[in-house]
Design a protein. Sequence first.
Length: 428
Amino acid sequence: MSSVVVVGAQWGDEGKGKVVDICTEAADMVVRYAGGPNAGHTLVVNGAKLIVRLIPSGILHEKTACILGQGMAIDPATLVGELDELDRRNVRYAGRLFASDKAHVITPYHVLIDTLREAGPDAIGTTKRGVGPCYEDKAARRGVRLGDLRDATKLRHLIGAAVAAWSPVIRALGDEPPEVEAVVTSLLSLVPRLTPLIADTAPMVQGAVRAEKNVLFEGAQGALLDIDFGTYPFVTSSHSVAGGACVGSGVGPSQIDFCLGLVKAYCTRVGGGPFPTELVDDAGDHLRNVGQEYGSVTGRPRRTGWLDLPALRYAVRVNGIDAIALTKIDVLSGMKELKVCVRYRVNGTETDEFPIDDLATAIPVYENLATWTDDISAIRDRSRLPAAVQKYIEFIEKNVECAVTLISVGPSRDETIGTSGIFDSIDV
Ligand code: GDP
Ligand code: IMO
Ligand code: MG
């Protein structure tokens, strides 16, 4: 019985939704600990696709508790929209889905500010979901927390203060601040749907861990988008690394037993920022078209590129990754050539390190690996994969010094090699 963090090791969209869904089979609780509706986690079960943005990806397992932890930024309207979707699909969540009263609320003015900034010269390619401005309010200690929605007087006071603080910014960006009462009214209208979910969730998570339940901490975004460890300033505004699981849910580091790192077999990135192995040619188009690399939240085409092993070694270190779940390797079938970045050349010197402060000028050094053309999506045994696929996986394991214990060969739950026993296999 253990606590496991599932974390993205690249720039997000590694397939966390699918893998968390699979691992939830054996989980008593799944906890989202960071980010907000900037995330889009895709589950494909029996041919039906569900994209969750705030709700944990374990939600389809009706015996599992699902928690939106206090490290999250929650847009109440988005959350209600997700509840509606669960209702439409007859997924029962009453009594097992809870959102922290201490998670911060994304309001319409956060979305407005994010959108206005993205239209200007300082755009970094955010998802325009108001996540950054919401975390700014949190750090400025003027945020609205989910529990504040239960007290209309307090809410009105907090929104009034926040709108007053943001008004000069909004005007400087060429728009008009919203009416305080309109914001309050729109938030209050959602309260009846949200009240049953709002709780002090940290004791729930601590209780589950103390009772030696299987607890899964679901990361959002990825290591290279983390506010401290990512490619700053082209990052998100929260701690997406595995350490965020502690501060975002209320457990201590000694209570986390294992970290599963999600690695896509190639790289993608949405929005601006350095991406040294990016491909802007036919190979990049193959990855985008075959891998369906379009943002699950925004629909934006994702930038695509070769796998970056120095970046992975960095991600293994900053997250403490114990094992890798490798996804989307099926997408590489039919590539005319297959390259992997093994190290970098920085100012004429070669390095095995990910040169996070010199990415603009760093030159990737590639190794060519054998290609394959077989459709591997029906294979369920690693030893039956074509030799070139096995070599690709072994190359990663050797160069990153981390075992690949789960291989995803398609979007569906069943298109997976090595699904069982993530909790049982952990030696604690
Ligand atoms: P997340 O944000 O990490 O949960 O990832 P997204 O859901 O945003 O993006 C991953 C996309 O790849 C989704 O459309 C998944 O359905 C899909 N996917 C996940 N694993 C695989 C896989 O092994 N092969 C293929 N072809 N698609 C996958
Ligand atoms: P999941 O959980 C990929 C990126 C945005 C932008 C930067 C900042 O689905 O992997 P933000 O809206 O957070 O202020 O945008 O971070 N970004 C993601 N990219 N997957 C995500 O989430 C992302 N969440 C944020 O594209 O570059
Ligand atoms: Mg995603």
